[in-house]
Design a binder for this molecule. Structure first.
Ligand code: ADP
Length: 445
């Protein structure tokens, strides 16, 4: 990783070198989102539906009663505080509960209610009198499998005869002794072992198969093939379901391979834009100069909350400690922290315990910046080739248009390289980035 001198000073070229350890881990990001999310994301996003049989009527529901759930399951849903189906659940739940069973590919951003939807479907689907595994759910990590299990166990708290097992590392089973739990959640490798090597689950008896976080799954070496191997061994009339937060080409190819004749539901997320954002840059000579500029911003602005992005952990750690020494309340969010620690830092910032959050690239996604009025790029975002990283720039400072409050972005520019990156960003977004100096700093108020 990048080393600075005793003062943390870096060669400007070094400032933009990619740090291996700061690669974003999609599974960790996803877990972070789950830890932070306590309410469903309320959105009016457009629901797109593609039915495998376009002649069958498309139903959607506005209430849980319409679903005619077992009373003990409905009680569980209400006990969780769910009053009505979320946007994606309105359309997904009738499909998930349909007779004859329908296959489904569903995509919507994190926090929109996908896990709750298939948990409800599994609980509704199982026959508690049958003491064998009927529903299988594949998740990309140990922690995510446990998160799903928590939802099922909470929602199913009144379904007394329904049991859940976890096919995750560390959990042992006795070879050849079939599990009695109706629902099994696990990671692909362990689950495959349990089915094929230890033979504790009969894949032919599985009637509902769920692949959760499919986008994270295919990003993990080996999981794609293991999932396909499990799916191949299922009976033809098993209901197959796939969920994903994103929908890229590679995911689509995978989804079509594992889900035959799917219905498809997508919640199109409103694109982030820079429309409501005033963008500035400050010319600096070096890092101390950048710090000076940051102090000036502090003084001029009555900032609600601000996020300061640095390229490396070293810079972020240095900056936050200097700001703290100056008596500012600052939070540091860095890649070294565990996911739980990161969630705690973000939570403190969200609730206003700290006004300023200093962070690196790792954390730029997953933080909801709607409440943040000022974003400072202490270092500009670059990709592994050292070019401007436009996506990250947009994620850091962009807002979704409809709810978009006004915001400010200030880019610190301290080298020829940085100037070049700034120009790339200007050209890419067709937006002028104005120089911020003592004459126009008032514009920001
Ligand atoms: P996703 O799987 O899309 O990330 P989740 O199913 O985890 O979304 O739901 C996100 C949050 O919203 C969770 O805290 C969950 O308990 C809550 N939630 C889900 N569905 C509803 C609903 N219909 N009403 C209220 N809260 C809900």
């Amino acid at each position: 990783s990048v080393q600075g001198d005793v003062n943390g000073n870096l060669d400007p070229e070094e400032t933009y070198r990619w740090e291996e350890g700061d690669k974003v881990d999609p599974a960790e990001q996803s877990l972070l989102q789950k830890l932070l999310r306590r309410v469903v994301v309320n959105c009016n996003d457009q629901v797109e539906v593609l039915q495998s049989d376009p002649t069958s009527p498309l139903s959607s529901v506005k209430s849980f009663e319409e679903l005619r759930l077992k009373p003990e399951l409905l009680k569980g849903v209400y006990t969780m505080g769910f009053n009505r189906p979320s946007r994606i659940q309105e359309t997904a739940l009738p499909m998930l509960l349909a007779h004859p069973p329908q296959n489904l590919i569903a995509q919507s951003q994190s926090g929109t209610g996908k896990t709750a939807a298939f948990s409800l479907a599994m609980l509704s689907h199982v026959d508690p009198n049958n003491k064998w595994t009927q529903c299988l759910c594949v998740a990309p990590t140990y922690e995510l499998a446990l998160q799903i299990g928590q939802v099922i166990e909470q929602m199913g708290q009144f379904c007394l005869d329904v049991k859940v097992a976890y096919a995750i590392r560390g959990n042992r089973v006795e070879r050849g002794v079939k599990l009695q739990e109706q629902i099994v959640i696990g990671t692909p490798g362990t689950l495959l072992d349990w089915c094929t090597k230890h033979k504790v689950i009969d894949l032919k008896k599985i009637s509902m198969f769920v692949l959760d976080e499919a986008d994270v799954m295919i990003a993990t070496q080996g999981f794609r093939d293991q999932s396909i191997r499990i799916q191949r061994a299922l009976s033809k009339d098993c209901q197959m379901l796939l969920f994903s937060a994103t929908f890229e080409e590679s995911l689509w190819e995978f989804a079509e391979r594992v889900i035959p004749e799917p219905n498809i539901i997508r919640l199109r997320r409103e694109e982030e834009t820079l429309d409501n954002i005033k963008q500035f840059y400050v010319s600096c000579k070096n890092k101390e100069d950048k710090l000076e500029a940051l102090y000036n911003l502090y003084g001029t602005l009555t900032v609600a909350q601000a996020i300061v992005f640095c390229h490396t952990r070293a810079t972020a750690a240095w900056l936050s400690s200097v700001l703290k020494q100056e008596g500012h309340q600052v939070a540091l969010l860095s890649g070294e922290l565990t996911v739980e620690q990161r969630a705690a830092v973000i939570e403190r910032f969200r609730t206003g315990k700290e006004k300023v959050l200093v962070t690196t690239n790792v954390c730029s996604r997953g933080i909801d910046v709607e409440q943040v009025s000022l974003v400072v790029n202490f270092d500009l975002p670059v990709n592994m080739e050292g070019k401007a990283d436009h996506d990250t720039y947009l994620h850091r400072i962009g807002r979704s248009g409809r709810f978009g409050k006004r915001g400010f972005a200030v880019n610190m520019v301290d080298s020829r390289l940085a100037v070049g990156i700034l120009h790339q960003i200007e050209q890419h977004f067709h937006r002028k980035i104005l120089e911020l100096n003592t004459t126009n700093v008032g514009e920001m108020e």
